[in-house]
Design a protein around this ligand. Structure first.
Ligand code: R1P
Ligand code: GUN
Length: 247
């Protein structure tokens, strides 16, 4: 397999990764014959980037001819049935920064990419969710494979106990600081989206708990599940049908 990689710093106007654990490379290659481009490191509001800069790669992918976007993230588990190491197929999201007007599509609409008011009730492709469930079951992952709602916050501070309780009551199963902005921009320009959260820590919901959310635990759980996550994603990629509805 031939791979071509570019450091983000060598791509004009591309943002730079500032987060420990995010390499900052754009990698092109093929996965069992399927052409893919992969971001090693993504961008977040808490890095200080304008929201349109965070999502700029999605529009570059669209212009490169990408049909399907697969996003993965690390997230805190709010659902009390979830355990550290679970992989959650995202079926929907809560866009908290969006409630406050911080949406990547705010400002003049670029008709070249999509409509002014894009639908989000079909943001996460249901066929791809089912495909991932089927693949997960074949790989023997069913015990730690979930489906749920991801909530994005601005970060970088982790949530308070009261915030976790509130988000859980609002219907979120997992909480993080990424993904949703990219999903909105990817859907706006008609790309299919599939997204996964790795539950790297349990959100603290109890005032008696001694647990404290921390980035080291996030990185450590990421390493522990990396192989299975990689196998799940790469198998899904090899089974994706050509998108006949591609705009
Ligand atoms: O970048 P992702 O995978 O979302 O990682 C999550 O974990 C980091 C915090 O530990 C934050 O960046 C949060 O968004
Ligand atoms: N906001 C948030 N992001 C995370 N990323 C990984 N774990 C967490 C968490 O508990 N909260």
């Amino acid at each position: 397999m031939r791979i071509v990689a570019f450091d983000y710093r060598d791509i004009p106007n591309f943002p730079q990764s500032t987060v420990h654990g995010h390499a900052g490379r754009l990698v092109f290659g093929t996965l069992k014959g399927r052409p893919c481009v992969c971001m090693q490191g993504r961008f977040h509001l808490y890095e200080g980037y304008p929201i349109q800069k965070i999502t700029m790669p999605m529009r570059i992918f669209k212009l490169l001819g990408v049909e399907t976007v697969i996003l993965t993230n690390a997230a805190g588990g709010l659902n009390q049935d979830y355990k550290v190491g679970d992989i959650m197929i995202i079926k929907d999201h809560l866009n908290m920064p969006g409630f406050a007007g911080n949406n990547p599509l705010a400002g003049p609409n670029n008709e070249r990419f999509g409509v002014r008011f894009p639908c989000m009730s079909d943001a996460y492709d249901r066929e791809l969710q089912q495909l991932a469930l089927d693949v997960g079951s074949e790989l023997g992952y069913s015990d730690f494979l979930r489906e749920g709602v991801y909530c994005v916050l601005g970060g970088p501070s982790f949530e308070t106990i009261a915030e976790c309780r509130m988000l859980h009551k609002l219907g979120a199963d997992a909480v993080g600081m990424s993904t949703v902005h990219e999903v909105i921009v990817a859907r706006h320009c008609g790309m299919r989206v599939f997204a996964l959260s790795l539950i790297t820590n349990e959100a603290v919901m109890d005032y008696d708990s001694e647990e404290k959310a921390n980035h080291e635990e996030v990185l450590q759980t990421g390493k522990q599940r990396a192989e299975q996550l990689e196998r799940l994603v790469s198998t899904v990629v090899t089974r994706i049908e050509h998108n006949n509805n591609f705009a």
